[in-house]
Design a protein around this ligand. Structure first.
Ligand code: ATP
Ligand code: MG
Length: 614
């Protein structure tokens, strides 16, 4: 663009420019026109008359063009006075051309101006990039000149030193960057001078504390590096430093926690705790491991952990399988036989935890194991003794049941017969008395004899009752269903609680022992209802199907509580459960508060001795 208020000169310059191969996109005769054109079309350069008439003069216009449009300007001057020239220089023009313009000068001035402009633009963008970088990096940066005077400081350096860039600029580095030895607290020079004098990068030798303007202390890591120009001359120093207090604290805490953890693990005696590498090589060993497995740390580290397995397990590939499984699942628990150094075996409980790094790479395994041989023995003893107790209880039950049956029979038969005999004797006596009834002494005797059979009848019925209670004959004679029905009738009569009974048992009969056990469970259930439930109705269901027998007794009473069920004094319930176990079955008791209790007995039906049809 050519900005010239004299149109003849403007046209002349345009011709000259075009002759040199340039394109003139715009001619402007005033400042406003120039600014308007610059806003409308992209331009590379403006040739500007220093003395524009009207509006802004050439110098002012050039300043606006430069600031607003980054457009470089070459001034065209006639014989300018010194003052105007000074003002023009201050706007940093890229060149001057004296009117009238020589064509050769025109070309070289324009080319130099364009080149300078390109360079300046690049430099500015590099400077901006550099400043932004320095602002955003995590390290503190202070830049000095060759005398150690501060010329730049980034925000982190401002924060750590407590000085603002504006305040620090012009001060020597020693005033702003004050450091002491962290241990002795003697001042440490910044070493900027060393960098300046010796031209080498210097690190502080000791642990350095930076003291901020307000006295805040920070442990730092610092480097001073000289800056050189192209020909190798030192032009200043860059001092870079960072706050390492937090890093030191974390490192220290980590070390301490590691040490504590190691002490803890090493001190454990009852558990073998050790680490394996990903292939199963032992990498650490604690006191418990030495005690349990018999190897000292120095003999076992580096060895493969498969030596703790029995030869059979090793042949079966157990060690490798354990690690594969642990790697896949993260954690596994295993129980089995393991071997000590001396070849003796023990039963072990083993927990393997897989260790992985942050990106999931396998680091190894943490292995925790303990000897459970005695535990296993105790478990077996407990199981055996429980089984023995059960057998004893079963035996006692059956003996008791036999005894009851025998006594019931004896009471019923012997006592019954004796009483019947007694009744017959009384009848005989009565007859004899009738023959001699005229004797006055006989009458009261006869009277007594006539009353006595009634008493004997009473005794007979009591004896029957006792016999039935000892062992209801109906159970032996007619089977479980009939016995239950009979028991229900008796229960209703005695308690007045309404009972409903459904059964599909029909022809199925259990062997006598099993029928007795079910019947006794049922009796205890009814006794409990009478004693504890406060019920008004009871539903009883006897069902056979799918190879199972189900007896369900449901009352509408207060409902048995969890505490009742777990109470150690609940011998009735315990007896029911034990009997069910002897039948290979189970009892389920469910209580719902205020709604009632349901007792369900389930036993398998097909047993040797169970008769499935009469
Ligand atoms: N049908 C029921 N309704 C409500 N509570 C019940 C019922 N059956 C049992 N319980 C509760 O469960 C407890 C335990 O019953 P369990 O038969 O074991 O003992 P018990 O009847 O008290 O004594 P026993 O040893 O003479 O049978 C009872 O004390 C009672 O509180
Ligand atoms: Mg009871």
């Amino acid at each position: 663009m050519v900005v010239e208020d004299e149109s003849l000169i403007a046209a002349h310059i345009q011709r000259q420019l075009e002759a040199c191969g340039y394109m003139v996109s715009a001619l402007a005769s005033s400042s406003e026109a120039a600014l308007q054109r610059a806003a409308q079309i992209p331009l590379d350069l403006a040739l500007m008359d220093v003395r524009l008439t009207g509006g802004l003069d050439g110098i002012e216009t050039a300043r606006v063009l430069r600031e607003k449009f980054n457009l470089p300007v070459i001034y065209l001057t006639g014989n300018a006075d010194d003052l105007t020239l000074e003002r023009a220089k201050a706007t940093e023009p890229l060149g001057f051309l004296l009117k009238p313009i020589e064509e050769r000068r025109l070309y070289s001035t324009i080319e130099i101006a364009l080149y300078k402009h390109r360079m300046e633009t690049r430099l500015r963008s590099i400077e901006r990039w550099f400043a932004t970088t320095l602002k955003s990096i995590g390290d503190a940066v202070i830049v000095t000149d060759t005398k150690g005077v501060i010329t730049f400081m980034n925000p982190i350096a401002e924060r750590l030193t407590g000085w603002r860039l504006g305040e620090a600029t012009g001060k020597t580095v020693g005033e702003v960057y004050r450091t002491v030895n962290a241990e002795t607290r003697t001042p440490i020079p910044s070493r900027v001078n060393e960098a300046l004098l010796e031209g080498v990068t210097v690190n502080p030798i000791s642990r350095t504390l930076l003291l901020s303007r307000k006295g805040v202390e920070a442990l730092i890591d610092a480097i001073a590096a000289p800056v050189r120009d192209r020909s190798g001359n030192i032009t200043g120093v860059v001092l870079t430093f960072r706050d390492i207090s937090e890093r030191e604290r974390v490192e220290h805490a980590l070390q301490e926690s590691e040490a504590r953890f190691r002490l803890l693990v090493e001190g454990v005696h009852d558990y073998a705790i050790f680490m394996l590498d990903p292939d199963g090589g032992v990498t650490s060993w604690n006191a418990g491991a030495e005690r349990l497995l018999g190897y000292r740390s120095e003999e076992i580290i580096g060895a493969h952990f498969s030596r703790f397995f029995t030869p059979q397990d090793v042949r079966r590939g157990q060690p490798a399988r354990n690690l594969e499984l642990a790697a896949a699942e993260g954690r596994i628990e295993d129980e089995g036989w393991r071997m000590r150094k001396d070849g003796s075996r023990f039963q072990a409980n083993v927990i393997i935890n897989t260790l992985r790094d942050e990106s999931g790479g396998l680091l190894g395994f943490a292995y925790v194991t303990r000897d459970i041989t005695r535990l296993k023995q105790a478990e077996k003893q407990l199981k055996d003794s429980r089984e023995q107790l059960r057998a004893l209880a079963a035996y006692l039950q059956s003996v008791r049941e036999e005894e009851r049956t025998r006594i019931a029979r004896e009471v019923h038969d012997e006592l019954g017969q004796a009483l019947t005999g007694l009744k017959m004797d009384l009848a005989w006596l009565d007859k004899k008395f009738a023959e001699i009834r005229n004797l006055p002494v006989v009458r009261p005797l006869q009277q007594k004899t006539r009353e006595m059979p009634e008493v004997v009848d009473g005794i007979i019925s009591t004896v029957r009752k006792i016999a039935t209670e000892l062992r209801p004959g109906v159970l032996d004679d007619l089977g479980l269903e009939a016995a239950i029905e009979w028991q229900i009738q008796d229960f209703q009569k005695r308690t007045g609680i309404r009972c409903e009974f459904t059964s599909n048992l029909k022809d199925i009969r259990l062997c006598p022992d099993r029928a007795t056990a079910v019947f006794r469970i049922f009796q205890e259930t009814l006794t409990n209802i009478a004693r504890h439930a406060g019920a008004t109705r009871v539903n009883i269901k006897l069902e056979a199907g799918g190879g199972k027998l189900l007896l369900e007794v449901q009352d509408n009473g207060r409902g048995v509580t969890a505490r009742d069920l777990s109470g150690s004094r609940s011998l009735g319930l315990l007896g029911m459960r034990e009997r069910a176990v002897m039948l290979d079955g189970e009892v389920n008791i469910i209580g719902r508060r205020g709604k009632g209790t349901t007792v369900g007995l389930r036993i398998p039906l097909i047993r040797p001795g169970d008769v499935t049809s009469r």
